[in-house]
Design a protein around this ligand. Structure first.
Ligand code: CP
Ligand code: NVA
Length: 307
C-alpha cells in the first residue's frame, strides 16, 4: 500500500520530526551548493493543477528535479481527467508511469477517489478543505524560528477565514499538541468535524470572535486571504464581513515578544494584513515560501521508497 499525504493527520508527530530533520539537512546542503540528491533515480512525479499556483508549482518542480527525477506538470484541462474518464482508470494509468501524483484541486473526495485505486502516493497540493504541504512547511518554519524551544509548549494564533489553511493548522495542533486560538468572523468558522476531532485530542484548540484575544501571547500569528481561490465570487461580501480581522501592528503588539508573522501567500496587502506587518522583521513569509522546497523534498523522499 502506498503512503498517501491527503490530510495533515496522515503523518504522526514522529514522522513529521523525521521529515523536518531531513528538510533541515537538505536545506543546509543546498546552501553549500549541493543541489542534487538522486533519490528518485530518473523516476517521474506528476503534478496536476486545477487551480492557479506559483509556490506549489515551482517548489514541487524544483523538488522533483533536485531529487533526480522528472517533474511532469499537467494542466488538468489538457488531460482526459475532465472529459469523464473514470477516476479509477486515471489512478491506475498514472500509477503505471509515475512514482507519485501531486494534485491541487477542489474537493478532497477527488484525492480519496484517486488514492483508492492508485499504487503510488497521492499528495494533496491544496483542496478547499486542506493545504497540508503548506502547513508542514509552516510548522517546520516555526520550529526553525523557535531555535530549540519546545513546539508543544507554544501557542499559535489564526486570524481570518476558517477555510483550508485554518483547518490544516487545527489538525497540526492536534498532531503536535501546541495551543491554537482561532479568531474567525461569524459564519466563517472552520470545518466543525475537523475542529471537534482535533479538540478531542487537544483541548488547547479554541475558537473566538476576537482577533486581539487570539493574538494575546501567541508565538506565531497566522492569516490568509479573505477570499480563497474557490470563493472569488464572494470577494466584495467578504471585505465587509471580515472588517476588524486585519493583522496590523496593534495585533502583532499583543503577541508574545519575538513572535513571528506567517502567511502562506499570495497576500492581499491592506486587506487581511498591512504592508507594514508583511515587511516587518517579524515576518517570515519568504522563509515559508523557500521552505516549501526543502520540506517537500523531504516529504517526497519519505513517501516514495528508494529504488
Ligand atoms: N502558498 C501556496 O500554496 O502558494 P501558491 O498558490 O502560489 O502555490
Ligand atoms: N486559502 C488560499 C490558499 C492559497 C495558497 C486559497 O485556497 O486560495
Amino acid at each position: 500500500m502506498p503512503k498517501h499525504y491527503i490530510t495533515f493527520r496522515d503523518l504522526s508527530a514522529d514522522e513529521y520530526f523525521h521529515v523536518f530533520s531531513r528538510a533541515k539537512k537538505l536545506k543546509a546542503e543546498r546552501l553549500r551548493g549541493l543541489y542534487l540528491r538522486p533519490h528518485l533515480g530518473g523516476r517521474s512525479v506528476g503534478l496536476i493543477f486545477s487551480k492557479p499556483s506559483t509556490r506549489t508549482r515551482v517548489s514541487f518542480n524544483c523538488a522533483v528535479s533536485e531529487l533526480g527525477g522528472t517533474p511532469l506538470a499537467m494542466n488538468v484541462s489538457e488531460t482526459q481527467f475532465t472529459r469523464g474518464e473514470p477516476i479509477s482508470h486515471s489512478a491506475r494509468v498514472f500509477s503505471r508511469y509515475l512514482s507519485a501524483l501531486v494534485i491541487r484541486t477542489y474537493h478532497e473526495s477527488e484525492l480519496r477517489g484517486l488514492a483508492e485505486y492508485a499504487t503510488i502516493p497521492i499528495v494533496n497540493a491544496l483542496t478547499n478543505e486542506q493545504h497540508p504541504c503548506q502547513v508542514l512547511t509552516d510548522v517546520f518554519t516555526f520550529v526553525e524560528a523557535l531555535d530549540g524551544k519546545p513546539l508543544e509548549r507554544q501557542r499559535v494564533c489564526w486570524i481570518g477565514d476558517g477555510h483550508n489553511m485554518a483547518n490544516t493548522w487545527i489538525e497540526a495542533a492536534a498532531v503536535f499538541g501546541f495551543a491554537l486560538t482561532l479568531a474567525c468572523p461569524e459564519g466563517y468558522d472552520p470545518d466543525p468535524v475537523i475542529l471537534r476531532n482535533a479538540q478531542n485530542d487537544n483541548p488547547g484548540i479554541k475558537l473566538t470572535r476576537s482577533p486581539a484575544e487570539a493574538a494575546a501571547g501567541a508565538g506565531a500569528v497566522n492569516t490568509d486571504v479573505f477570499a480563497s481561490m474557490d470563493q472569488t465570487g464572494e470577494t466584495e461580501k467578504r471585505l465587509v464581513d471580515f472588517k476588524g480581522f486585519q493583522v496590523d501592528s496593534g495585533i502583532m503588539a499583543k503577541a508574545a515578544p519575538g513572535a513571528i508573522f506567517m502567511h502562506c501567500l499570495p497576500a492581499h496587502p491592506g486587506e487581511e494584513v498591512t504592508d507594514e506587518v508583511l515587511e516587518s522583521p517579524a515576518s517570515v513569509i519568504f522563509d515559508q515560501a523557500e521552505n516549501r522546497l526543502h520540506a517537500q523534498k523531504a516529504l517526497l523522499e519519505y513517501l516514495i521508497p528508494p529504488l
